[in-house]
Write a protein that binds this ligand. Sequence first.
Ligand SMILES: *Cc1c(COP(=O)(O)O)cnc(C)c1O
Length: 364
Amino acid sequence: MEQYKLLTPGPLTTTDTVKEEMLFDRCTWDQDYKNITQKIRMQLLDLAEASADDYTTVLMQGSGTFTVESVMTTAMKQQDKALIITNGTYGERIVKMADYIGLHYHHYNVAYNAYPNEQELKYILENDPSITHLVMVHCETTTGILNPIEKISELTKMYDKTFIVDAMSSFGGVEMDIPELGIDFLISSANKCIQGVPGFGFVIAKRDELQACEGNANSLSLDLYDQWKEMDKEGKWRYTSPTHVVAAFSKAIDELIAEGGISARFERYQRNNRLLRDSLEKLGFRAYITDNRQSPIITTFLFPNDTFEFTEFYHYVKEKGFVLYPGKLTEINTFRIGNIGEVYEADIERLCNVIQEYMGVVIK
Ligand SMILES: *Cc1c(COP(=O)(O)O)cnc(C)c1O
């Protein structure tokens, strides 16, 4: 099979050295493996700039959605109520979870290319004191919009609410001061900006918040509190963990640190994203999200004309070594190009040349 670069929001293109870690079979009971788990947990706290006195990390089997659900079922008590802020399908997925779990919530939603309105949020918070939690998605991977987390953070502080952030597609690629933002539960997964392979997610949680969550969960396997209590002893996961994935992730974190940490990775993603947007604009592709709201993670592009055929375009580009992503908007025809993973400016240049070739555009 021909190799190609994934320009997708995860799973993404990983390094050969990350993949090589998976050639060794490890035992979940063995101390060497438990040490890897503990090392990962410490490194994640460092990346989050969070102290081990105030924060802890819990790893959870499954894709990112499982981890979001584990937070939603563990962090809220029966009488609690969440204000769920959405402008995309990942936010809407959290609303769906709330329905499954049977949580009380207020759903505040805005258009997929818009920011939540602070005045409206203030109004909701002032008029409904039963709200205990604020839930938002940081980078909405649906469109690539980077939501104004600082502004929402101010509201959670002002009104003293527990703050849950789905930072799945941004953590590791966008700098965030988690203690400063007052985030109580931050969720991400192995196969996004840290550039591991899929198989588990993680939560960076404020210790005293998580400590108060005993007995909340209505799911055994997704009980984040129980998982924490077991893992905190000496790095043992409850139930079978994805050993190969964990080993690969450990390598991926080391490589992130070697690259220069989150700020360096952000710079690389940002440069790639700018180059992509500028080059495609010259070829007649308009981005759905305005520059000032665009994340460096993934970009949504509108079809350039009425005759544009995504499937044909997709196969043409794939043949030349790049896999793109379909759009997720219902009313507008779009497609997406991701920047995360082992992707460099030379790759973006090659991609743009391929697209130019496809479009038959002559740039003077
Ligand atoms: C990737 C992602 C998830 C999790 O998706 P899975 O397919 O379950 O891994 C959740 N939220 C956001 C914003 C994401 O980008």
